[in-house]
Design a protein around this ligand. Structure first.
Ligand SMILES: [Zn+2]
Ligand SMILES: [Zn+2]
Length: 240
């Protein structure tokens, strides 16, 4: 406890939403910032979880024209300017502690819904091994670990792998994105999970834009024997 106090004093926690020191002390984010960051609400696309502009729709325009192999996605926030900066710091500036806040918020919103799905395991979208080494961590894995712990489920990190390096999706258009990740993922047949894959899993990632990355993961998992893949993402793009 004393040690934690010393750490807190030396490295005060920063608010993931504004980047300043989070006040009052002990909070994971400023209460004001938290209130301002509106969560997705109202009618949502039945596939990806995006907010629908027209309530009478079931799917967003993206999901209406594209087949996906996953069951359903849940996302917490719009990928707006605040979250863009927040996730950049989380991913590239070593702000791993932001995961605590993100996980707290995700669970606050979705714990009950997720518990009702009869999930058997939580898997992060993997990074390619050299990229993970460079960065020192996989941001999706930090989220997945917190979610798994919060739901009382096992976290599986050695089954789904990124078997080749890909260009960052943000540099590409929708068609290119699909191509970029199409054959990027595979399952590790030497992992224990490969012998008896869980039938229903939750795949976790930080951002969902066109869905190409998670779809590529989902296809590989389905081929390996997983029956249902659900998604949980921190942020989702507005789409077309
Ligand atoms: Zn703040
Ligand atoms: Zn959708």
């Amino acid at each position: 406890m004393l040690w934690e106090t010393v750490i807190e004093w030396l490295y005060p926690r920063r608010c993931p939403l504004c980047g300043d020191i989070a006040l009052p002390k002990g909070e994971l984010a400023c209460p004001g910032c938290k209130k301002r960051q509106r969560r997705l609400s109202g009618a949502r696309c039945f596939r990806c979880g995006k907010e629908l502009e027209r309530r009478e729709r079931v799917y967003c325009p993206d999901c209406e024209v594209r087949e996906f192999s996953y069951e359903r996605g849940f996302a917490l926030w719009q990928y707006d300017a605040v979250m863009k900066r927040s996730i950049q710091e989380f991913k590239y500036k070593g702000r791993q502690e932001y995961a605590d806040f993100y996980v707290e918020q995700l669970l606050e919103e979705y714990r009950e819904r997720l518990l009702a799905l009869e999930l058997l395991a939580v898997l992060p979208v993997p990074l390619y091994k050299t990229r993970r080494q460079e960065r020192g961590y996989n941001q999706a894995e930090l989220l997945a670990a917190g979610i798994a712990a919060g739901l009382g489920l096992p976290l599986i990190t050695d089954f789904l792998v990124r078997s080749r390096a890909t260009r960052p999706q943000k540099e590409l258009g929708p068609k290119e994105r699909q191509k970029n990740v199409e054959t990027a993922f595979s399952v590790n047949l030497h992992s224990q999970t490969a012998e008896n894959p869980p039938s229903c899993i939750l795949l976790v990632d930080d951002i969902y834009t066109t869905g190409s990355t998670v779809e590529a993961c989902s296809q590989v998992l389905r081929q390996a024997g997983v029956r249902s893949v659900y998604l949980l993402c921190l942020c989702i793009g507005t789409g077309v």
